[in-house]
Design a protein. Structure first.
Length: 380
């Protein structure tokens, strides 16, 4: 990030790479940054930038990689570039220690934000015109309020649902093993919670899931999907998937394909496995799937998922959907885009002042990644 546009901006490097590499960053590339801030010190970024502005420019940057426990932000510090969506962090860090994941090592153990701080940020976002709130955390549905005993993720959703001005609530990413019946019942009865659930699975093979330390099996995951769809018949599911994990056989990969075909995800983030420093997989499991084989597998998985998405989107043709318009098209001046409650991207013609409004749209055609339609009437 840079503090200002000009000839001499302040440049800050932040995030997992900054936390992991630390001093090695400026030793390897001196002068590349004025500030290097770790994942657990992000709240100090405004102060560090101010300090960098006040001192003569030096080749050695300000560095803060301290593991702070406080994950709150002073109210009003956040600058939101998106006029419609407000992203609100509720948890930092992770306690799961999946064997492929670097997050617990770069972001530390779980630290929960106070419920009062979260609600204050949500109210401020709603008051400034943001119609959609997206709650963020590595495992959002493991939330427990440190300042309100008994308030779990479901209780937090209920509290946010009561905030005036909030029209839609989304969240990412929940973990399958923390999805409860009470949470699903809350989704069913609270209309502001979007009918979209990201449910990362990572593999369709129980053997690989065990190696990944995911703590569920293929069968238990599929049973959860059945329960979700019984409670929320209109829910759209998305997922994350890794191919080529150490030891993954052709039979394991076929299990991933068959699970994908059975669940029929509305969208998928898919990746070829690559080792991450300090993780259990990197230390103990040889990266033994050939790179060419990884490529073949991910191409096959993505082709299957593309066909599924195309068919699901085609089912919307002729139907009426409510779209929260959130952006103008980069390609056409008269085209807007938004999303349904189920997170389907909808393109439609309309004026720019519809951004931030919910529009009734009749879907006329569909592709694998989005649909197109016409507005039925004035915005809601």
């Amino acid at each position: 990030m840079a503090s200002a546009i000009g000839h001499d901006p302040v440049v800050a490097v932040a995030g997992c790479v900054a936390q992991q590499e630390g001093e090695a960053l400026f030793k390897r590339s001196p002068g590349v940054a004025d500030v290097i801030v770790g994942t657990q010190a992000i709240r100090r970024l405004p102060m560090l930038v101010d300090q960098a502005l006040e001192r003569p420019r030096q080749r050695v940057p300000l560095l803060d990689l301290t593991a702070y426990d406080d994950v709150s932000w002073p109210l009003g510090v956040t600058r939101r570039s998106d006029p419609v969506k407000a992203y609100v962090t509720i948890i930092e860090g992770c306690n799961e220690f999946c064997s492929f994941c670097v997050v617990p090592y770069t972001r530390g153990n779980e630290r929960m934000r106070a419920k009062a701080d979260i609600l204050a940020e949500v109210r401020e976002a709603a008051a400034s015109g943001h119609r959609e709130v997206q709650l963020l955390g590595q495992i959002v549905n493991h939330y427990e309020a440190p300042d309100d005993q008994g308030c779990d993720f479901t209780g937090l959703l209920e509290a946010i649902h009561d905030v005036d001005g909030v029209e839609r609530i989304r969240f990412a990413s929940p973990h399958p093993r923390h999805v409860t019946s009470g949470f699903l019942a809350a989704m069913a009865r609270l209309p502001k919670i979007c009918r979209h659930l990201h449910l990362p699975v990572q593999s369709g093979s129980t053997r690989v899931l065990e190696s990944m330390r995911r703590r569920y099996t293929r069968d238990s995951y599929l049973a959860l999907v059945d329960t979700i769809r019984e409670t929320l018949p209109d829910v759209a599911l998305s997922t994350d998937m890794i191919v080529g994990f150490p030891g993954e056989t052709e039979a394991d990969f076929e299990a991933t394909l068959s699970l994908t075909a059975a669940v029929r995800y509305h969208s998928m983030f898919s990746f070829k496995y690559s080792p991450r420093p300090n993780t259990l997989a990197e230390k103990r499991m040889p990266d033994d799937v050939d790179e060419g084989e990884k490529t073949r597998r991910i191409v096959a998985l993505q082709a299957l998922q593309r066909d599924i998405q195309t068919a699901l989107n085609a089912d919307l043709v002729g139907r009426e959907v409510d779209v929260l318009v959130d952006a103008a098209s980069r390609r056409r001046e008269t085209e807007l885009s938004g999303r349904t409650s189920g997170n389907v991207v909808v393109n439609l013609p309309g004026p720019a002042d519809w951004i931030g409004r919910t529009i009734g749209v009749r879907v006329e055609r569909a592709g694998p990644h989005s649909v197109w339609g016409e507005a039925l009437c004035k915005s809601k």
